[in-house]
Design a protein around this ligand. Structure first.
Ligand code: HEM
Length: 407
């Protein structure tokens, strides 16, 4: 049985995601064609010009592909499934310097080094500063009575967390935040020039690395750029690209999780009552499943193979649609219920538990938890004034603005 979609339907079409998440279409794929070929004309192929990609819609196949870097490469065509349509091969080449677009053995080496910045101890070390920030953010928003939740509440903590982690001084944070926002939103004309912002972040981070190499101060940047007992360290360029990746990977994702999470609570008041009363520890993961801030990352087949009944040829792309897998009836009981006590919750919002599994997952959980707790303490009766305005992006499930009354 073949699925029934209008001709030209594309699961990474930014205009589609600006309107809605294709929930019904994903459900149809999981039922009828779990690995489905989505043809793409060259002009709207996000710079790939290779005829299209496979949509992987089931939880089990997303995990299988994520866990096998040999057959499924993150490097050959990168992990980002929808680049700007006019992306040149040179620009594509440049993205190969980001960890998320690397294969072993290079990926394993860099990943080992950057993981030192995300140990449970390093993340826990940010708790006090971020708790205080979260309270301050919510306090200021409350004073304004009503406004845009994204700008006033959700957007600040993820940026502050990255800045805290890297020890960026207060005076530089605003410009780092502006560059971060411009780097990612290339499909939405409202934001600044992404290429210029990308270069600015690299330049800024390169300087940081050089300074810490000359004068180590015992912080995480010093740890990453100085070879320890194992003799491994990041070069200044590698560090620069890592900071860009943090700005891309850790900023908008967490912001959207917080916004989608709060919207889910407004739509499910009984869950909000439960959260306020009991603060279940399982909440942040259910928020990430429900929000699925990254719709999809991709891999490229390194050989001819078969998966989910599809015959995939070497060189073809496969989109790992977390936004479908997280609502797969065969992996979750009652997947369309927002249930903050869901346990177990094997969601793939942070990836399918393979080599690239989100290195910032624990930091993201902490941020979501702190923000929701601060909101529950200071603005328990938040209400929606207008529906959220969605982001125009083919791979991020984003909310640009959401008017609410704080209360
Ligand atoms: C709710 C928030 C977040 C979501 C939904 C999210 C999601 C993801 C996903 C889906 C991946 C790819 C996994 C894979 O390919 O198997 C990833 C990788 C990554 N994430 Fe996150 N992320 C979040 C927050 C963060 C934060 C806060 C940071 C750091 C500050 C971060 C840093 C990274 C990095 C560096 C990678 C690349 C890891 C690698 O390639 O080895 N993320 N994230």
């Amino acid at each position: 049985m073949a699925p029934h979609f209008a001709s030209g339907f594309d699961f990474t079409d930014p205009e589609l995601w600006e309107r809605r998440s294709p929930v019904a279409e994903f459900a149809e794929l999981r039922r009828t064609a779990p690995v489905w070929w989505n043809a793409q004309p060259d002009e709207t192929s996000g710079g790939f010009r290779d005829g299209g990609y496979w949509v992987v819609s089931r939880h089990e196949d997303v995990k299988e592909i994520s866990r096998n870097s040999e057959r499924y490469s993150a490097q050959r065509k990168g992990a980002i499934i929808r680049l700007p349509n006019d992306t040149t091969p040179e620009q594509m080449e440049l993205t190969g310097a980001l960890l998320v677009n690397m294969d072993p053995p290079k990926h394993s080496t860099i990943r080992r080094i950057v993981s030192k910045g995300f140990t449970p101890r390093a993340v826990e070390g940010l708790r006090a500063a971020l708790t205080e920030r979260a309270a301050r953010i919510v306090h200021e928003a409350t004073r304004s009575g009503s406004g845009d939740f994204v700008q006033q509440v959700a957007c600040e903590l993820p940026l502050q967390a990255i800045a805290e982690l890297l020890g960026v001084p207060e005076a530089d944070r605003r410009k780092l935040f502006d560059w971060s926002n411009s780097t990612l939103n290339y499909d939405d004309p409202e934001y600044g020039d992404p290429t210029a912002a990308f270069a600015e972040i690299i330049g800024y981070a390169w300087n940081m690395a050089e300074q810490r190499r000359a004068h180590p101060v015992g912080d995480i940047v010093s740890t990453l750029v100085h070879a320890g007992l194992d003799g491994e360290a990041l070069g200044s360029d590698e560090f620069g690209f890592f900071v860009v990746l943090l700005a891309i990977a850790g900023n908008e994702t967490t912001r959207n999780a917080i916004t989608h999470g709060m919207k889910a609570f407004v739509d499910h008041p009984e869950q909000w009552e439960l959260f306020r009363a009991e603060r279940p520890r399982t909440t942040a993961d259910e928020v990430v499943r429900w929000a699925t801030p990254v719709n999809a990352f991709q891999r490229t087949a390194t050989e001819d193979l078969e998966i989910g009944g599809a015959h995939v040829r070497a060189g073809q792309r496969l989109g790992l649609f977390y936004s479908s897998a997280n609502f797969d009836e065969s992996a979750f009981t009652d997947p369309f219920a927002f249930d903050i006590r869901r346990d177990p919750n094997p969601h793939v919002g942070f990836g399918g538990t393979g080599a690239h599994y989100c290195v910032g997952a624990n930091l993201a959980r902490l941020e979501i938890d702190l923000m929701l707790n601060a909101i529950a303490d200071a603005m328990p009766a938040l209400t929606e004034l207008a529906p959220p305005v969605r982001l125009r992006s083919g791979w991020i499930n984003g909310i640009k603005s959401w008017q609410v009354r704080y209360g």
